[in-house]
Design a protein around this ligand. Structure first.
Ligand code: BES
Ligand code: MN
Ligand code: MN
Length: 462
């Protein structure tokens, strides 16, 4: 397997240039104005799979954006790895905070990436990360070292909730049948502290609308007597947490998995420096649920956060007005064994119940997904751990993360196979933010590590 390093050394410039070509396509799934670009990205992904030596490549239609498929079946009796990733990206906004245009990739050195990082929307989330798999599989096919079968499922709607994927998966379960699912769409602790993600949070995302009077009002003539939906909304939102930062929605915590003190102590062993964390965010203190550490707050506890709030006059200068409507977008991150449909219902009932009679409230659910936890004694986890140990010289730390990949819980239902979250990004890579980047070292380390996963997984499975 030593020749993976030779292969990388000889081809790394080509790998980076191919990734840069993918990153130039603004495949923003949330923006209908970019639908042609999303389709263009799907075609480009199909082409990279072909070039890597995959067969049966196909752009599979769904109700939304297509799923790109490709495989290499060397022997139907051998196990099959399904690689999942997404070619859609988040909108680049706010665009004026980017130091270079989001779809004109450039390589720059940073403190954490002395070998350079590729700056572009989607570089880390997730084009750069799924592309590591394409290149690792290219290496294994070209060098005849692929020890088992591989299938690719690269989708185009992850950043908007993977809405079409559930039906698509159920209708095509035979095509995507696998023994293990491998995903690089998360991060690790640091380049000198490898880790494997063992948990993702679920999500319930809702939008609320509070309506007062039937029209905007003069804030002098009506102020103090008519309901102000913005005041009311702010108060209702504040009521969703108590003084200990517990969420006040009745029943919200009923199904939250209870984690034993032993397990909590085990999790607390993962390296984490609170001072560094605060420094990186330029905050004087952290904020969260009483009784839990920072890593627990994002790893094992559910949350409720306002993601956007608007209404009334937001232009230049002042306008004395009481708006007729106020709005907010709210996300709830969920943990095992909360059910996102149930939580969405609980939220809706509660939010309606705390509204004063003077306003009308409308709650519109957006999307959601269940949490996922992967065991660390599975063959897949052990193979991933050994692969990282081989290329990093250190055993990776298992760690739960706060983010969500809605489709992962569904995979387990449809295929009955475990998912391994082998991510190579860093939290500081600014995914979803301006100046998203992905370390060149991380990109190449991923390509180096992945073939070892196949090797160890096939050996352990045999
Ligand atoms: N790749 C991320 C999820 C992620 C990132 C998990 C880092 C763990 C660490 C994914 O693309 C994402 O952004 N997911 C969304 C959910 C989706 C429904 C919009 C999220 O977590 O907000
Ligand atoms: Mn992602
Ligand atoms: Mn994302």
């Amino acid at each position: 397997m030593k020749d993976i390093n030779n292969y990388i050394n000889t081809n790394k410039d080509r790998f980076i240039n191919e990734l840069i070509d993918l990153l130039k396509i603004p495949s923003i799934s949330a923006d209908p104005g970019h639908s042609q670009d999303v389709l263009k990205a799907a075609k480009a992904v199909k082409k990279t799979l072909e070039e890597a030596g995959c067969e049966n490549t196909e752009i599979c239609e769904t109700k939304g954006y297509p799923v790109v498929y490709g495989d290499k079946i060397i022997d139907p009796n051998l196990p099959t790895v399904l690689v999942y990733g997404h070619y859609d990206v988040q909108p680049p906004d706010p665009i004026n905070l980017w130091d270079s245009p989001p779809f004109e990739p450039i390589i720059k050195k940073t403190e954490l990436h002395p070998d350079g990082a590729i700056f572009a929307r989607g570089s880390c989330d997730d084009k750069g990360q799924f592309f590591m798999h394409v290149k690792a599989v290219e290496y294994m096919i070209k060098n005849n070292t692929l020890p088992c079968n591989v299938k690719f499922m690269i989708e185009g709607e992850e950043e908007v909730g993977s809405d079409s994927l559930e039906d698509f998966l159920k209708e095509n379960s035979e095509k995507f049948k696998n023994d293990i699912i491998l995903i690089s769409d998360t991060g690790m602790i640091a380049n000198d502290t490898p880790s494997i993600t063992t948990g993702l949070r679920g999500l319930s995302y809702v939008e609320v609308e509070v309506t007062g009077a039937n029209r905007d009002l003069h804030s002098g003539i009506y102020g103090g007597a008519a309901p102000n939906p913005i005041n009311v909304l702010a108060k209702m939102i504040a009521e969703l947490h108590d003084e200990n930062n517990h969420i006040t929605i009745p029943g919200f915590y009923d199904k939250v998995e209870i984690i034993s003190d032993e397990e909590r102590a085990e999790m607390a062993k993962a390296p984490f420096d609170l001072e560094d964390y605060k420094k990186a965010l330029d905050i004087d203190d952290v904020h969260g649920e009483k009784g839990y550490s920072t890593t627990e707050r994002f790893g094992i506890r559910p949350t409720l956060d306002v993601n956007g709030i608007w209404g009334g006059y937001m232009g230049e200068g002042a306008k004395t007005v009481i708006a007729s409507k106020a709005y907010a977008k709210i996300s709830m991150r969920l943990v095992p064994d909360q059910d996102w449909h149930e939580i969405t219902d609980l939220f809706t009932k509660h939010f309606e119940s705390i509204a004063p009679k003077s306003v009308k409230v409308k709650v519109t659910p957006h999307h959601g997904g269940q949490a996922y936890v992967t065991p660390i004694d599975s063959i897949g986890y052990k193979a991933a751990s050994k692969a990282m140990e081989t290329t990093f010289g250190q055993t990776p730390v298992p760690q739960r993360t706060g983010g969500s990949i809605p489709i992962v819980a569904l995979f387990e239902n449809v295929f009955d196979s475990k998912t391994i979250l082998l991510g190579f990004g860093l939290d500081s890579d600014a995914i979803h933010s301006p100046n998203e980047h992905f370390g060149v070292w991380n990109f190449l380390k991923g390509i180096e590590t992945i073939p070892y996963f196949y090797k160890y997984y096939s050996e352990m499975k045999a």
